[in-house]
Design a binder for this molecule. Structure first.
Ligand code: GL2
Length: 824
């Protein structure tokens, strides 16, 4: 087939052809949605050429490959990204203009692929972008949820309301290729029997139970400045029986299709919990369904290469993105021992050379444990295998150190009632390398979370790979004016794939002309966000105010509560100032966004408080517009692309030691936004890279947190006096009246009776001081501009290209494929 041509006439022809032939539309009756779709199909055709070439190149070279197993991929929109990667955005803009449409309007028609909760899922998407850009033979595997993360509405009372996100609506999804021919069976329930094979050996066999089918959908992931195109293979569950004729003939119509519905329900929804385990049976089934289908596919591909099992670890690396895919460990052991007939030790040697595990959190409530009775019921053979893995592991530990306490502590089985399988321990025991996602976090992983494992295995098994973000989406695409200024200043766009080049901006940090251009772009981005806010929320904000942004999942540990308490403090102070004093005040717009897990009561109350405060502050004319509070509903990847470039300050204020890394911090700083943050997660490394004079840091250090909690337990919480005033104003009904005040009682109690676990009171004064510093610094525009430029200049290290390379070199042991040469 002749390759697609990228001149305007060909593109227009392709778009019209898809409108008529794919969408069945009359070319004289096209709306934006139809033209978006036709455009998307035409771009997909072009991607497909690269996709095929890449897969062919990898197939020919047959190198070691890496598979990134993740229950979440928070991809966002695909069209704009693909246009940039294929370097056809300008010609497409012209082409759709000729057809009577504006490309930017068309881009807004696309629904986000929101198959993730937050940072963890977005990280997976950034790594797939980097792997494609760097030509690594890496595929992602995930689930094709029919419903992504819920849509968040804020009702007139300020509460979060959840609506289903049926992103695969009747319009279809141009960004996936259904693979009708790639299907595997996945088994659940049943029992374990002993069987004698042809060689007369007796083997365990998993029998009976239910079966569903996994069908593959491939999502192409374009690389930048390469012909390479990566892939994420998503599994959808299908019924093996399409229709039960017996029931149908008996008149039982519901039952005749029940099987199909039940099977398809399995991959229907993404669980909406971030950093929190909800131990539901359906979730466990999703996890097993996912790893079973993925491993069958990986093994199928491996077998085509005619290698022996002993070579499997030289051909295959599997990265477990958190514990969610950990069942892959007993599953591979089961396949090798029960089905392929390897002996236990040979199989275990292979397993432990294939898998590596990324830990993304130390929060106890997020660590996955599954009840043994539930596992026994759904996965009877896997439960036996987990027991055996544990037994052999504990025998080895005992040889080194027979301390009973130690054996209990490292056991994969927790002796609770009922017993639980500790998935993180299973992941550690079954992997060759375990990594944390930022320096401090990896340290805590070694010294606290897996301390006993470090003393058994030695420290080398536990490494750090600090997270990274893709500069393609998060600067090149989201901030076109800044992109162009950087490209012009650095003399080309080499920086997009070599982010360390940004260092070259350092020498312009004091240049007044450059500063003016730089700050002008920031202002333009703030105007863009202000217009969005006006159009969507009918709130007027002045783009010359300081934009202070905190957008992320709502969680107690992330302390949005502290932020809004600080806003109340600011508001009360403003009320006290004279007209003269007000002249000296830096006007602020405080912007929040983020979803709470539907069942997370305290987080939902924080959302309610923010909206209640916003209602009062925004309607109080007496403060001369010096403070505005905005809650942006339904925060998602596409909104982030508008919000991130518009920040002056963003807040990353988790209690020290709780945020494993954070990745939005990187996005903001890359776009010249300064940070107000705690000494936590990747904030620390950002400070090291950009210089401590360019970041506002405050708060209790991680190694002091436990002491303070201990103190509070015995002596109670001493509420900071400024905080006391703020809490009283809430309790007195200043926000929403006396009835609303009582609604906030339980929230306030988390600071007092609950023991202020997240140290809001302990950090409050330092937080307010840091905010004062922000206000003061902002008054000096040149000083601020310099800091902003140095922020961007220092962010080279946080490219997902660097992070992915580290995974490839230190863990996966894979090399890039030469796509052009190999494809010839
Ligand atoms: C998270 C961490 O909370 C976050 O700090 C980290 O940046 C990301 C990616 O490593 O992982 N862990 C987690 O369970 N979620 C995260 O976002 N959901």
């Amino acid at each position: 087939m002749a390759p697609k041509k990228n001149d305007k006439a060909s593109i227009k022809k392709d778009i019209v052809q898809h409108s008529v032939e794919t969408l069945c539309r009359n070319p004289y009756n096209l709306d934006k949605l139809a033209v978006y779709q036709a455009t998307a199909y035409s771009v997909r055709d072009r991607l497909l050429e690269d996709w095929n070439m890449t897969q062919e190149a990898i197939h020919k070279e047959n190198p070691k490959r890496c598979y990134y197993l993740s229950m979440e991929f928070l991809i966002g929109r695909a069209l704009d990204n693909a246009l940039h990667c294929l370097e056809v955005k300008d010609v497409y803009k012209e082409s759709v203009k000729d057809l009577g449409f504006n490309l930017e309007d068309l881009l807004q028609q696309e629904r986000d692929a929101a198959l993730g909760n937050g940072g963890l899922g977005r990280l997976a998407a950034c790594y797939m972008d980097a792997a494609a850009t760097l030509d690594y033979p890496t595929w992602g595997y995930g689930l094709r949820y029919q419903y992504g993360i819920f849509k968040q509405l804020i009702n007139s009372d300020g509460y979060q309301i959840e609506m289903p996100d049926y992103w695969l609506d009747s319009n279809g999804n141009p960004w996936e290729f259904p693979r009708n021919d790639v299907r595997y069976e996945v088994q659940f329930y049943g029992y374990v029997a002993t069987k004698v094979n042809e060689k007369g050996e007796s083997r365990m066999s998993w029998e009976g139970g239910d079966r569903v089918q996994a069908m593959a959908y491939d999502v192409p992931i374009p690389g930048f400045d390469t012909k390479g195109c990566g892939n994420i293979r998503l599994w959808a569950s299908k019924s093996l029986k399409t229709f039960d004729f017996a029931s149908f003939n008996d008149g039982d119509y519901d039952r005749s299709v029940a099987d199909q519905k039940n099977a398809e329900n399995l991959t229907s929804v993404l669980y909406p919990n971030d950093n929190h385990l909800v131990g539901k049976e359906l979730r466990l089934k999703q996890e097993y369904f996912f790893v079973s289908a993925s491993l069958q596919d990986i093994i199928h591909r491996f077998k085509r290469s005619n290698c022996a099992w002993k070579d499997f670890p030289d051909k295959v690396a599997v990265q477990l993105n958190d514990t969610h895919p950990t069942l892959a460990i007993p599953e591979l052991q089961r396949i090798l021992v029960d089905i392929e007939g390897l002996d236990w030790d040979a199989a275990w040697d292979i397993v432990t050379r294939v898998f590596a595990f990324t830990n993304h959190t130390v929060l106890p409530e997020a660590l996955e444990c599954w009840s043994v009775p539930m596992m026994e019921h759904i996965l009877p053979r896997h439960m036996q295998i987990v027991y055996d893995i544990n037994l052999f592991f504990l025998q080895k530990v005992e040889k080194m150190n027979s301390d009973r306490g130690l054996l209990n502590r490292v056991s994969i089985i927790e002796e609770s009632n009922p017993q639980q399988v500790r998935m993180a321990y299973l992941a550690v025991v079954g992997s060759h390398t375990v990594n944390g996602v930022a320096a401090l976090h990896s340290d805590l992983v070694k010294t606290e979370l897996f301390k006993d494992f470090v003393s058994y295995y030695g420290p080398e098994k536990f490494i750090n790979i600090t997270n990274g973000i893709t500069p393609r989406r998060w600067l090149y695409q989201a901030n076109p004016d800044l992109r162009d200024l950087i490209t012009e200043t650095l003399g080309g766009n080499h920086w997009v794939t070599h982010l360390d080049d940004l260092k070259g901006l350092t020498k312009y940090a004091d240049d007044a002309d450059f500063q003016a251009k730089w700050m002008n772009i920031k202002l333009k981005n703030k105007v863009r966000l202000a217009s969005w806010i006006k159009a969507n929320l009918d709130i007027t904000v002045d783009p010359r105010s300081l934009f202070d942004i905190q957008v992320k999942r709502i969680h107690e540990y992330k302390r949005q509560f502290m932020n809004i308490l600080g806003v109340i403090y600011r508001y009360k102070n403003l009320q006290l100032l004279s007209a003269e004093e007000r002249k000296d005040v830096t006007p602020r717009v405080v912007i929040f966004g983020g979803k709470s897990a539907p069942g997370y009561y305290v987080a939902k109350m924080v959302i309610k408080l923010i909206n209640t405060v916003a209602q009062v502050v925004n309607n109080d004319d007496s403060i001369d517009g010096l403070l505005k509070v905005v809650y942006i509903p339904d925060y998602n990847v596409s909104l982030a692309e508008i919000i991130v470039p518009a920040s002056d300050i963003s807040q990353h204020i988790s209690t020290a030691g709780t945020e494993a890394a954070g990745t939005s911090n990187m996005k903001f700083v890359l776009n010249g936004g300064l940070i107000l943050g705690t000494v936590d997660g990747a904030n620390i490394e950002i400070r090291d890279e950009i210089g401590e004079e360019n970041i506002f840091m405050f708060g209790t250090l991680a190694d002091k947190v436990a002491d303070i909690r201990h103190q509070q337990k015995y002596h109670g919480v001493e509420i900071d006096p400024n905080l006391q005033v703020v809490l009283q104003s809430i309790q007195s009904g200043e926000f929403g009246g006396p009835e609303t005040a009582s609604v906030f009682g339980p929230l306030i109690n988390t600071l007092t009776y609950g023991g202020d676990y997240y140290l809001i009171s302990a950090d409050f004064e330092k937080y307010l001081d840091a905010q004062d510093k922000v206000d003061e610094t902002y008054k000096d525009t040149a000083a601020w501009a310099k800091k902003s430029i140095l922020c961007t200049a220092g962010m080279g290290f946080f490219s997902s290209d660097r992070a992915t390379r580290e995974y490839a070199d230190k863990i996966w042991n894979i090399k890039p494929v030469n796509i052009k040469e190999a494809a010839v």
